[in-house]
Design a protein around this ligand. Structure first.
Ligand SMILES: [Zn+2]
Ligand SMILES: [Zn+2]
Length: 258
């Protein structure tokens, strides 16, 4: 091998590695910032996170959904570009919509989603999080990288280039969307190679491995999940993705119905 060839074979992979690392750092920084915005919102709104509840008739009438981040923008979240993960292949969409946040499809453009259970369960009452006393706020998923990262095989929406992302909500199951009635593809992404980055309810940022979760069939019960205090496994018997391997849970508190 020539000297140049040798240099290239050493430099290119390490360059790629450091670029991945930089993108990962930006993504985690974004999530921390989103955490600050949500915390500020919560402080000024009697402890409530922005809910994702909107009367069905209203949704049908206006033909749009109501993304959580529009409730933060611009007062709590002045820069919508923090909703863009540098590893998101469709990251340009938010930049385009940022010029005009009233784009009817803006809810499909963010690289991140919020835990749908927290912002919409029990008519949104769980969004008053402290009241329902999650036992593991440091291990509870609040916001995370949201896919899918390609549009192949997914539902087509006129006016949207690329995949739709379920109104920037993280579903706990494999993608059934009661708002539209169709079963779409999983939103899980492995855009950071090992998986996705996660903002917890306590404001920390963690990594969750998604590959194995994407391959595995969804269960109603997971031993490890249950041992971690998962409300879905222990009380609600909801089929859900489980990130218990990385000590991350959808909800570990009571619910309005209990
Ligand atoms: Zn990311
Ligand atoms: Zn569980």
């Amino acid at each position: 091998m020539s000297m140049i060839g040798l240099l290239i074979s050493i430099l290119i992979p390490s360059l790629k590695q450091s670029m991945d690392l930089a993108a990962d750092t930006v993504c985690k920084h974004n999530l921390r910032e989103i955490g600050h915005c949500l915390e500020l919102y919560r402080t000024e709104n009697d402890g409530w996170l922005p809910t994702a509840v909107r009367p069905k008739l209203e949704i049908e009438a206006v033909g749009e959904r109501d993304p959580w981040f529009l409730k933060l923008y611009p007062t709590y979240l002045p820069d919508p570009m923090i909703l863009t993960c540098p590893e998101d292949p469709f990251r340009y969409r938010m930049a385009r919509a940022g010029v005009r946040m009233n784009d009817p499809f803006v809810s499909e453009y963010a690289s991140y989603g919020i835990n749908r259970f927290i912002v919409s369960s029990g008519d949104g009452f769980v969004a008053e999080v402290d009241r329902y006393q999650p036992t593991k706020p440091h291990d509870t998923i609040l916001v995370a990288d949201l896919g899918p990262d390609n549009a192949v095989g997914g539902p087509k929406v006129e006016g949207v280039v690329g995949p739709i992302r379920n109104a920037s909500l993280l579903l706990w199951d494999d993608g059934f969307d009661p708002m539209t009635g169709y079963r779409s593809r999983p939103w899980l992404t492995k855009r950071h190679r090992r998986g996705m980055n996660v903002l917890t309810l306590a404001g920390g940022v963690r990594e969750a491995r998604t590959l194995e979760v994407m391959r595995r069939e969804i269960n109603h019960y997971y031993d490890r999940c249950s041992a971690g205090g998962c409300t879905f496994c222990n009380d609600l018997h909801l089929a859900h993705y489980s990130f218990a391997r990385d000590h991350l849970y959808w909800w570990t508190g009571t619910t309005p119905s209990e």
